[in-house]
Design a binder for this molecule. Sequence first.
Ligand code: HEC
Length: 314
Amino acid sequence: MGFREYRIGSILFGVALSTSMVVTVYMPSLDISGVSSTATALEKQLTYGSNSGFDYGDLFLHGNDKPTKVILKKNPVTGAAMDDTAAYVFPAGTSFPSGLKHDNILGADVQALSVSMGKMDQAAEVTGGVFLVSSKVTNGVETPYVEFATATRGWGIEATLAAASETILAGAGKTMFVREGCWWCHTLLPEQTHDWQSFGRPPVLGDFNGESPTTFGSDRKAPDLLHVGSRNSSKEWMMLHFFNPRLVQPHSIMPRYDYLWGPKDKAGNVIDLVKWDEEFEAYRDGDSVYPPEVPEYADDSEIRYLMDFVLNSK
Ligand code: HEC
């Protein structure tokens, strides 16, 4: 009698053991770096720079040592008008993302093109330079690659920054996203369910080559933020919502991030958070008709970095 139960138990144990052995022995042999980078992966690496999480180079996660993404409407060398082009400026000494340091993780075809067409092997951290994400079509297949524009087009760091029509500091912003724990409530990973319709295209494996950390999020208590810039691009709404979510969502559980504004606003006036709170409470209690104004943030404030990251995340 007892033997039958013993047999079932042994079979179940065997199944569990072999499954775990497959996971342990077979899975690590899958070559994930064999997956080619998509253009999104290259853009993300060049936008965020090296590690945005805890790092000895940036112990308190201030967003140091990050590249600057710029939008160019004219050629920085000749001044000739051109279609909007995103360029990634790495000032001398800025750490490179993993994909520039170890180009084999980009995937064989992307690596080969980045070297042959993009002259990526000529780039060095000590001198820095300007990068682009370009692509080449062979037999109807488009392959993205990293172009080191300082070598291929002679675009210098200063000239490119001076020609910029827009500057995006999303690399430092990603550090803010990690430091402030936004991932505690928000994900950056829409799923292949009806999420697709409301939250945009889910990422594919090749979107993550060389990204560190990936900031998928843990579980979701709030909307996915991956493409939020393309569905809610109102900078004003976001500014109010970050300063105090209760301004626009009376029952919001999201914490306020008013301290990311720093000590001064865009015009250089001191921001008095205590006074703001008093006026907000008067508004909330119905003693005053209008809520207090949210200050314009300074160009080098942490909230500016965070907004740049959130509005550009994809
Ligand atoms: C305690 C949970 C929580 C945390 C932490 C949190 N949020 Fe939110 N967030 C929410 C909720 C809930 C909403 C939905 C709107 C509301 O209730 O305010 C939201 C909405 C948003 C939206 C608008 C989304 C849309 O679809 O329009 C953005 C952008 C956003 N949060 C960014 C952030 C960022 C960046 C951080 C970190 C600095 C952060 N949130 C931290 C809970 C959170």
